[in-house]
Design a protein around this ligand. Structure first.
Ligand code: C2E
Ligand code: CA
Ligand code: CA
Length: 774
């Protein structure tokens, strides 16, 4: 039999064992009882035989005494002698009745019956127990049991002496059913007397049993397992007479049977109790197991809310405690794992994974009602510079400080700040519209403007923040993050600090994709053009330098400004292809002009992304060789912020470029973070003052101050200065006064295609009557 449940198995085993034990006990006790009953009955039989014999011998004595008294009676002896029959009979009766004898007989020595108390006086009748008389004569045994006229008697015979024996007095008790009952009451046995007929059959003489019972009894063979039987032979002479003592075993065992049924009841009660007990035990064992199972399932599904209640002090209790410890351990480790998985180790802020999760969650929550919320991506400006100049430990401390300030700045807004990696941070502002987000962004920037000092060193760090809002800028996490990234890039490029995403940056990723393929086609199909803008030498009025500026002659959009596709190309990595195209085109143009006698140095703009490419110097060297152009005619313009983003890398590349003979110019100077010590270490040849200072310098005194101090600074460092964005004669004049070396701007010339530049050059030189290089 197989049980699925432990409870049933335990119950089954316990019940089985109890049943076995009870049954064994029952069998053993029963057999002991039976044996006891039988031996008890046997003992009773033995006792009964003794009692029986005792009764016989007492009766014999009584009879002997009475018979002796009669035999010795003078009157009786005379009556015998005188053959006075009636006297004899009355004497016999008198004496017999004294002891309630049933038979008193007087017999002659010849054995002939003389008188009989029963009234027989047939002189011819023979004395029925001659044998008894013979044994009595010899004095050995006076008592006998014999059948007379089909009835059983205990008899004694005593001689009548005068003085020699003249007759025999015999006196006897009838052994009948009454006598049997008396015996039975003494011994509490069944008593039956039988005699055997000459043909061997036994006839019942007296019995306590019914005739029916005795009819089937055979004293020679009394084997009957229902009775304990003892057969006692009563005659030694004459025909066989026996008394059969019987004890019904059923009766003998009756009290034992009562005991047995009591035992059976006890056994049954025990079995029932054991069944109940085993069920209760099984349940008490399995109930906590079931609870543990339930608990384990709960823990398995990740619910560690509450421990299991420990009510047992036993092994189950210990198991429950072990479970609780396990649950604690799991939940602690899971907590730790979650912590590790969701926290940035350095700053303790949530990490990118957490940020993504929460953003996803915020989207799901805000989606039904389109509740607005904001997301910001923030990138530190010049972090690499700090890291490289002051070392990583300081960089780490700086990140921690920034993290602290971000946290403080956002404390009141219940927003989430996360470090997404490197010097990039993300902010999630629930329930915030664009105005709210912009306000927070400004607060963050303000917080970072406060001077930061790390280990006593002042560290100047800025940040660029890109802002998007849900659902205006997208309802998908990736779209939102991508657009925030674009906005951040715009902020960085424009040095604006904060920029919010605008559709014109990137309408959709589909449009970006199409722009990408269009740009690729632009290069392949020669839609790109290089325009050249001259830089005029203010002291000599000569033009020896031009800046190459890329143009996109888009088939449908017309001329697309580089400001619109260069950032995109930088983002997608396509800038590499464009740069190569520009460099190839510019250097070839340079060679072509040289061929026609126009000696112009060409400046090429190189973006920050390319600056960190170690292959850049080799590419330029290859192209210079290809077109056989001296390196001195190639200038590279790099924005100040591009250099400061990763100064060590920049310096390495710049050194290599410079070693080739290529000249270097710092573009947009004044907008980024200037480190003079860095500038000094760099092989720079020229500074280009950003056009934002130049254009309004005649109206704005601050701008003029910046321009003037930049010129002074450059000269002090032995560098040339170029002012770009010269849009008026006044500015040109002022720059000349300030002894600026070169000027570039619409007032002098817009960027022009090569042939138109040549024309411009001619007219320029003619107008000033100066001799060209020609
Ligand atoms: P930039 O290097 O600062 O280039 C100067 C920009 O100022 C040019 O704009 C030029 O047309 C403009 N400009 C010149 N004179 C004046 C003036 O008097 N007033 C005003 N308002 N603007 C003047 P452009 O050509 O649209 O180029 C924009 C930017 O695109 C450039 O700024 C440069 O950073 C980038 N760029 C252009 N060509 C290339 C290129 O071939 N490669 C890379 N990497 N970047 C390029
Ligand atoms: Ca430039
Ligand atoms: Ca510039």
């Amino acid at each position: 039999m197989r049980f699925k449940s432990l409870r049933a198995r335990i119950a089954f085993v316990v019940v089985l064992m109890m049943l076995g034990a009870q049954a064994a006990a029952y069998v053993v006790i029963s057999s002991v009882i039976e044996r006891n009953a039988i031996s008890n009955a046997q003992e009773q039989l033995a006792v009964a035989e003794r009692v029986f014999r005792q009764v016989l011998s007492t009766n014999a004595e009584k009879l002997t005494q009475a018979a002796t008294v009669v035999a010795a009676d003078f009157g009786f002896r005379e009556a015998v002698a005188t053959h006075h029959e009636s006297t004899v009979v009355s004497a016999l009766r008198n004496h017999g009745s004294r002891i309630d004898a049933d038979l008193v007989i007087l017999a002659g020595l010849d054995g002939k019956l003389i008188a009989d108390s029963r009234g027989y006086t047939h002189g011819s009748q023979a004395f029925p127990f001659r044998a008894l008389m013979q044994t009595a004569t010899h004095g050995s045994e006076r008592s006998a049991i014999d059948v007379i006229d089909g009835r059983l008697y205990q008899l004694v015979a005593v001689p009548v002496k005068a003085p020699l024996p003249v007759a025999w007095v015999a006196m006897g008790f009838l052994i009948d059913d009454r006598m049997a009952r008396e015996m039975a009451s003494l011994t509490s046995l069944d008593v039956s007397f039988f005699d055997q007929q000459p043909d061997g059959r036994w006839t019942t003489l007296a019995s306590t049993l019914s005739a029916q019972r005795t009819a089937h009894m055979n004293p020679s063979d009394v084997a009957d397992d229902r009775y304990a039987t003892r057969v006692i032979s009563l005659t030694s002479t004459g025909k066989p007479v026996v008394v059969v003592l019987q004890r019904s075993l059923t009766a003998a065992m009756a009290p034992f049977h009562r005991l047995q049924s009591t035992l059976l009841v006890i056994t049954l009660i025990g079995v029932l109790l054991s069944i109940a007990g085993s069920i209760v035990t099984a349940r008490s064992v399995t109930r906590p197991i079931a609870a543990l199972k339930h608990f384990a399932r709960r823990v398995g599904s990740g619910d560690y809310a509450e421990p299991i209640a420990v009510s047992h002090q036993d092994e189950i209790g210990e198991l429950a405690q072990a479970f609780n410890r396990m649950q604690e351990g799991i939940s602690r480790r899971e907590h730790r794992i979650t912590e590790l998985a969701y926290t940035d180790r350095l700053t303790g802020l949530p990490n990118r994974a957490m940020f993504s999760d929460r953003l996803q969650q915020a989207i799901a929550e805000a989606l039904p009602n389109e509740t607005p919320f904001g997301v910001m991506l923030m990138d530190l400006d010049r972090f690499k510079y700090v890291n490289d100049t002051l070392g990583h430990p300081i960089g780490d401390l700086l990140l921690r400080e920034v993290a602290l300030r971000l946290r403080d700045a956002l404390a009141v807004h219940s927003g989430l700040v996360a470090r997404l990696g490197g010097d990039e941070f993300g902010v999630l502002l629930p329930d915030a519209d664009l105005a709210d987000v912009e306000r927070v962004a400004t607060q963050i920037l303000k917080a970072l403007e406060q001077p930061i000092s790390i280990e006593g060193q002042p560290v100047d760090v800025g940040a660029s923040i890109g802002i998007v809002t849900f659902p205006d800028n997208g309802v998908d996490m990736n779209v939102l993050l991508q657009r925030a990234d674009i906005a951040m890039y715009v902020a960085k490029r424009s040095n604006a600090g904060v920029a919010r995403y605008e559709e014109r940056y990137d309408n959709s990723s589909a449009e970006r994709l199409s722009l990408m393929s269009e740009l690729r086609r632009a290069v392949e199909q020669d839609q790109l053009l290089l325009f050249y803008q001259p830089k005029v030498d203010l002291s000599t009025q000569t033009v020896k330098y031009v800046e190459a500026l890329v143009r996109w002659d888009h088939p449908t959009r017309g001329y697309v400004s580089p400001d619109q596709f260069i950032p995109f190309a930088e983002q997608t990595g396509y800038i590499k292809t464009i740069s190569y195209w520009v460099a190839d085109k510019a250097i070839r143009q340079c060679a072509m002009w040289r061929d026609v006698g126009i000696e112009l140095a060409i400046s090429i703009n190189v973006s920050a992304r390319e600056l960190i490419q170690s292959s850049l110097p080799d590419t330029f060297a290859g192209l210079l060789r290809k077109y056989n152009v001296p390196a001195e005619l190639l200038w590279i313009e790099i924005t100040e912020s591009a250099i400061m983003d990763d100064p060590n890398h920049a310096i390495e590349t710049l050194d290599r470029l410079h070693a080739l003979g290529i000249r270097l110019s710092v573009d947009d100077f004044g907008t980024g973070y200037s480190s003079l010590s860095y500038l000094k270490r760099m092989p720079v040849d020229e500074l280009k003052i950003d056009k934002s200072f130049v254009m309004g310098m005649t109206e704005n005194r601050d701008d003029e101050t910046i321009v003037r101090s930049t010129i002074d600074l450059a000269h002090n460092m032995g560098l040339k200065v170029v002012a770009e964005g010269v849009e008026s004669e006044a500015v040109l004049q002022r720059l000349t006064d300030l002894e600026c070396d070169l000027a570039q701007g619409f007032h002098l010339s817009r960027p022009l295609p090569p042939d138109r530049l040549e024309a411009w050059l001619n007219s320029w030189h003619e107008a000033r009557c100066v001799t060209g290089v020609r």
